[in-house]
Design a protein around this ligand. Structure first.
Ligand code: PDD
Length: 286
């Protein structure tokens, strides 16, 4: 596969970054994963807005000649050049503070950031959407700026690994007795007929899919509250579902080994998933 690295398009196997890159040494960078259909990004503007905000918050600068619009063009060129103009794909984009002698404080002004973009085919897990997934709960051990999509993902990696070891699809993170989000998803519940999800503050990533799903729920006339779900409320949930760029709307039918609701995918998750898929096809013009 052809990838983009610092202005050049080259085979992925030939792409190299320095061992002094601050992404490698400090996890000093941000990233995005964006879905594509028919060679076009879905909700690309929202992903690029979040990336730009993260860069601003972390004082990461674009390199010469690159900005959000140019990154959008790079992404779609990778989709074309890699034969991904039909069907589904994902685009991964990462920007780090560049290569510099190892000092915690920022490197000298003018140190060029490292920009890496890659595209690959994506196959939605239709069968799991139909059957519903299992999840476990884990303590949320992350830092105070989970709203930033940084490449520092060790707690998420550990959470996802615990889920994998338990044969579960995802780990639902819990802090101070409430559900925050999944390892790489946002978490929704339907409790007393209300669609609930953790509010978009610094303890979660404000997912693009979360935002779109909230809009779709509004269009469907469903009652919505951006309010944390207490672990103690989970047994009352008629539905729990996860949202994310590589997850769409995934019903959770077992949580910590116990059935959620009647143990089958529920109508809210099913409707939202169908609407989201429709929106994706419209957005990509396919
Ligand atoms: N992760 N929460 C976390 C911690 C995430 O890492 C992600 C996405 C989400 C969902 O956000 P969105 O709907 O914008 O994809 C929520 C990506 C897909 C990943 O790391 O692979």
């Amino acid at each position: 596969m052809l990838v983009y690295l610092n202005g050049a398009y080259l085979p992925g196997a030939e792409a190299r970054v320095s061992v002094t890159d601050r992404g490698f040494l400090f996890g000093d960078g941000v990233y995005e994963v964006t879905r594509a259909l028919g060679g076009r990004l879905f909700a690309g503007d929202r992903h690029l807005r979040r990336l730009t905000r993260g860069m601003r918050e972390l004082e990461l600068r674009w390199p010469e000649g690159l900005d959000a619009a140019a990154l959008h063009a790079v992404s779609e060129r990778l989709l074309r050049e890699n034969g991904l103009t039909e069907g589904e794909a994902t685009v991964y984009a990462q920007i780090t503070r560049g290569a510099a002698p190892r000092n915690h404080a920022f490197p000298a002004p003018g140190t060029p950031p490292t920009v890496y973009v890659a595209a690959g085919p994506f196959a939605p897990r239709d069968e799991l959407h139909a059957r519903g997934a299992a999840a476990i709960t884990v303590p949320d051990i992350r830092w105070g700026r989970c709203d930033l999509k940084t490449i520092q993902l060790l707690p998420n990696v550990l959470a996802k690994e615990r889920a994998a070891a338990a044969d579960a699809f995802d780990a639902v993170q819990v802090r101070d007795g409430v559900v925050t989000e999944g390892a790489n998803t946002n978490v929704f519940g339907v409790i007393a007929g209300v669609v609930r999800t953790y509010p978009a503050d610094s303890r979660i990533l404000a997912g693009v899919t979360r935002e779109i799903v909230l809009e779709l729920a509004g269009e469907l006339g469903l009652p919505i509250r951006e309010e944390a779900i207490a672990v103690a409320e989970l047994p009352e949930a008629s539905e729990v579902f996860l949202t994310g760029t590589t997850t769409d709307v995934m019903p959770v039918v077992r949580l910590d080994g116990r059935p959620v609701g009647d143990g089958r995918p529920g109508p809210v998750a099913r409707q939202l998933h169908e609407r989201l898929r429709e929106r994706m096809r419209q957005g990509a013009g396919v």
